[in-house]
Design a protein around this ligand. Structure first.
Ligand SMILES: C[S@@+](CC[C@H](N)C(=O)[O-])C[C@H]1O[C@@H](n2cnc3c(N)ncnc32)[C@H](O)[C@@H]1O
Length: 243
């Protein structure tokens, strides 16, 4: 999979099986098929399009989605705090459009595996298409309610982004390997408080929660300062470990 970037910086995922066209002209199907990352293609009206190998973030930016997705700031923290790495096995729920599932797949690589549960069939279909864009075959999107059970065992990390994640903690504990991590994304403080209480009762250790507040900087000739607008809050991240 590759994408095009036009002279205005606008990005487009391309199919190599058909021609591409927008207001800056037409690119022939055979030119797209024979192109490689780094090439510059010229449309029939002389406009330039650069061919780029997409990163997982490009795919997430361009893929179809019908629900809100996790932001890179929270995804990065989940990966770093749980020490996720190559060859590991992850359970994820709910999938949504698959943003964090794609990042997990990217990190665990071909030797690892991501099992992602999504209760809505229409969302699961979209997520499967999004996984295809990444070009990895290490993600299984399961159109199942995770409350009905986790089939996998000896899992390295289980990530929950669900309305009532605390209802799942016994099943999560059983599915994790010793040393494995639970990570939960939840927008409300009340969810976080219940999570702490139930995680302790179930037997988890190293229970802690954080919130990541991120400010982008604006660098101008006049001066450098934080941007006026920022995302004030996304969710609280809670971690717990089976020891
Ligand atoms: C906010 S979205 C998830 C976003 C996603 N984690 C990401 O990486 O962008 C929440 C998803 O959870 C799904 N969901 C809710 N309850 C579920 C359950 N019990 N089992 C599986 N999926 C569930 C919803 O259908 C929805 O698609």
């Amino acid at each position: 999979m590759r994408f095009l970037i036009d002279e205005r910086g606008k990005k487009y995922l391309i199919s190599e099986e058909e021609e591409f066209q927008n207001d800056l002209g037409i690119l022939k199907q055979e030119d797209l098929e024979n192109s490689k990352a780094g090439d510059i293609l010229i449309s029939h009206i002389g406009k330039e399009f650069k061919v780029i190998q997409p990163s997982v973030n490009d795919i997430i930016e361009l893929m179809e989605r019908r629900c809100s997705i996790l932001l890179p700031k929270d995804i990065g923290i989940v990966i770093s705090y749980t020490g996720l790495g190559s060859g590991q096995r992850v359970v994820d729920a709910g999938t949504g459009a698959g943003a964090i599932a794609l990042h997990f797949a990217n990190v665990v690589g071909r030797e690892g595996k991501v099992y992602s549960y999504e209760v809505r069939e229409d969302f699961a279909i979209i997520a499967r298409e999004n996984v295809k864009l990444l070009g990895l075959d290490n993600v299984e999107i399961k159109n199942q309610d995770i409350k009905d059970g986790i089939q996998e065992t000896e899992i390295d990390m289980i990530f929950l982004d669900l309305p009532k994640p605390y209802e799942m903690l016994e099943k999560v504990y059983d599915a994790l390997k010793v040393g494995g991590w639970l990570a939960v994304y939840a927008p409300y403080i009340e969810q976080m408080q219940i999570l702490h209480r139930i995680a302790k009762k179930v037997g988890f250790d190293e229970i802690m929660s954080i919130e990541c507040i991120l400010r982008e900087m604006e660098v101008k000739t006049k001066g450098t300062r934080p941007k006026t607008r920022m995302v004030g809050h996304t969710g609280y991240l809670t971690f717990a470990r089976k020891l």
